[in-house]
Write a protein that binds this ligand. Sequence first.
Ligand SMILES: O=C(O)CCC(=O)C(=O)O
Length: 295
Amino acid sequence: MALASANLNLPTDSDLNRYEQRGYLHFEGFIDDETLSGLQQAAAEFIELSRGLQTSNRMLDLEPSHTATNPRIRRLNSPVENHEAFRKFALEGPAAELACAVLGGPVRYHHSKLNFKWSDGGEEIKWHQDIQFWPHTDFTPLTIGVYLADVDDVMGPMGVLPGSHKGRLYDQYLESGEWGGAMNPDDVAKINFSDMEWLTGPSGSVTVHNCCMIHGSVPNNSPNPRPLLLQTYSAANSYPIAHIGANGVTGQLSGTVIGGASDQRVIVGGRQIVGAPDWSRAGAPTIFGSQQEEE
Ligand SMILES: O=C(O)CCC(=O)C(=O)O
């Protein structure tokens, strides 16, 4: 997938150095007005659509109190697969370009979501790290967030713990043995919340956080929703490990390589494999066909 260059203020070397050290970046007003308005309109279409729903479905996750007259959406799953404006933004546009700039070459798109965090109590996202949800063959995966509305301190902005991406990778199972999707309370109690950075900003502001970063957000106690559009990428030669968590159920477009080609080289256990081409879409030839050089 080629990039449609969007004339962005891409990260400087000093930004990239900061990302390496602290595990996140934050740019206020990064997205141009026209692109932002296209994303906001697309989000508004899903709010209208939600009015016809009584309960959540695969695409829209609704709060239990959602009604047609008072919609309360938690999340739009896979916006990239569900609207052209989101697809273009994430696979060709500013988000893709930023991901390539931060990772220094072609990237592999993994998944996307739009967390609405509705007004007057929209739910918290407990402290967690992402990599456990979708382990990869390295730690390059990162998520780019875009606020589609102005977000201040009381709207439940995303909070990140700088430098935590270099630390421990937490077990996010509950004591019962079930998946909890968050750090356990004993581990959270050891966090120094005064070190937390709360990423607020006007609509169009962008956040970038590494997959090992401790992050989360508190409830939204303001009268306005806090829509945060998130898209995740890894370096092109980083691969999701199948059969763990969300890997494999992230959508048809997952795996799309952007801004160049993959050279199919992957390092596992310190050894380099020059892998076969990606046959996941067209189907695999047999070894007989490949060795006889059949088309
Ligand atoms: O919406 C947020 O505040 C954080 C999002 C997040 O961490 C997630 O969805 O994994």
